[in-house]
Design a protein around this ligand. Structure first.
Ligand code: XIL
Length: 382
């Protein structure tokens, strides 16, 4: 009998423990500190979200998004290939983007649009004529056609969400990626936008976006701009745009970090130098890659992501190193709170991440906060 009672008590204890574990997502506890509260006097805290989240299917993800964050970015659904896959007039697929924006409005979040003009996730037809011939920089009619397409795209997409999307990544990753200070090419030569239109595509993209929504904050967004060569190119580009009165209104620093890069000094000097441009800075795609492959590469080029994902192997003590790197970065962000208006994480949980092998986010695949979450909360305290 005694054994039976002991067994029942043990079983009941297991059930209680299991249900407590199930409930213990960071979003559930009313008293636990949240990211958006911890940084409410500093900057907005955003997150990139996917379709399962903004349609409500991923209920645990939604609980975290609505409790922890006050800004959202669309991880994929507003990229050209997804929102405007076909060339024929009105061949837009607005459904997912409409749902994304409805989600943001329902939860009173700051809604970001990502991204209007990029060389990746853009259909091939954009850079071809009706016969499949590549458009050519030396042909005035070709250039005109590409500008016309870009104009129609920006006017249609920005115009549709005018006043609702508060901030747009207008141009993504246009700078030359070389780490050599001697490489004097400003822009990324492998981009068809650069090859066909040169710097004009950046000028026009911002002008068209501003025409379509004069109140939207227009961002130039790129990665590895902390590093000396790319940082210098960023400053040259933005100063040129400013000299031409191009409406570039914020710098987006993607900040796809790893466990040691960017270091505190590099990040600090980057934020200081960039602030001299007189524009606010947004940290737009923050994650900290803990995979072995990710320690060798600082590139966030999506075509090289397999290497950065590191085949699944984490470095030793990755969770502790992750927490330390997040703490370091957030301390620098707080130091620069006057210039930084928004810090956005590139995904909710490790399982959602484009670098899921690197377990780069604050919540694990079971929606539980990791040591890095506590480190970020703690970094907010003076
Ligand atoms: C990534 C998404 O997270 C992936 O789901 C997709 O397969 C590729 O693009 N820089 C950017 C983002 O500006 O749009 C990229 O997002 C990550 C790098």
């Amino acid at each position: 009998m005694k054994n039976f009672i002991t067994a029942i008590l043990a079983w009941a204890g297991m059930i209680v423990a299991a249900s407590l574990a199930n409930c213990a997502t960071a979003g559930d506890s009313a008293s636990a500190p949240t990211l958006k509260d911890a940084y409410k006097n500093d900057f907005l805290i955003g997150v990139a979200i996917n379709q399962r989240q903004f349609t409500g299917e991923d209920t645990n993800g939604v609980a975290l998004i609505t409790s922890q964050f006050n800004a959202i970015s669309p991880e994929n659904v507003m990229k050209w290939a997804l929102i405007h896959p076909n060339p024929v007039t009105n061949a837009y697929d607005f459904g997912p983007a409409d749902d994304y924006i409805a989600f943001g409005e329902q939860h009173h979040m700051f809604i970001v649009g990502h991204t209007l003009v990029w060389h990746n996730q853009t259909p091939r037809w954009v850079f071809q004529d009706e016969n499949g011939r590549l458009l050519n920089a030396t042909n005035a009619a070709d250039r005109e056609l590409l500008l016309q397409r870009m104009h129609d795209h920006i006017q249609t997409v920005v115009g549709r969400y005018k006043g609702r999307i508060k901030c747009w990544d207008v141009v993504n990753e246009a700078l030359n990626d070389s780490s050599s200070l001697n490489d004097t090419n400003l822009l990324r030569r492998s981009s068809p936008w650069v090859r066909i239109l040169g710097v004009d595509f950046i000028v026009k993209a911002f002008q068209y976006a501003h025409e379509a929504d004069p109140d939207a904050i227009l961002r130039y967004n790129d990665y590895s701009i902390e590093n000396p060569a790319k940082r210098e190119r960023l400053i040259t580009l933005i100063k040129y745009l400013q000299s031409q009165h191009v409406p570039v209104m914020a710098i987006g620093s993607q900040t796809h970090a790893n466990l040691s890069w960017p270091g505190v000094e590099l990040e600090d000097s980057f934020l200081t130098e960039v602030s001299s441009l007189g524009l606010p800075t947004h940290i737009t795609e923050l994650d900290v890659n803990g995979s072995q492959g990710g320690q060798r590469s600082q590139s966030a080029d999506i075509t090289q992501n397999a290497q950065a994902n590191g085949g699944g192997s984490q470095v030793d003590s990755a969770p502790e190193k992750l927490a330390q790197q997040y703490a370091n970065l957030f301390k620098v962000f707080v130091k620069h709170r006057d210039e930084i208006k928004l810090v956005t994480f590139w995904g909710v949980t490790d399982a959602d991440s484009w670098r899921r092998n690197g377990k780069p986010l604050l919540f694990d695949g079971n929606w539980q906060p990791k040591p890095a979450f506590d480190a970020v909360i703690k970094a907010a305290q003076p």
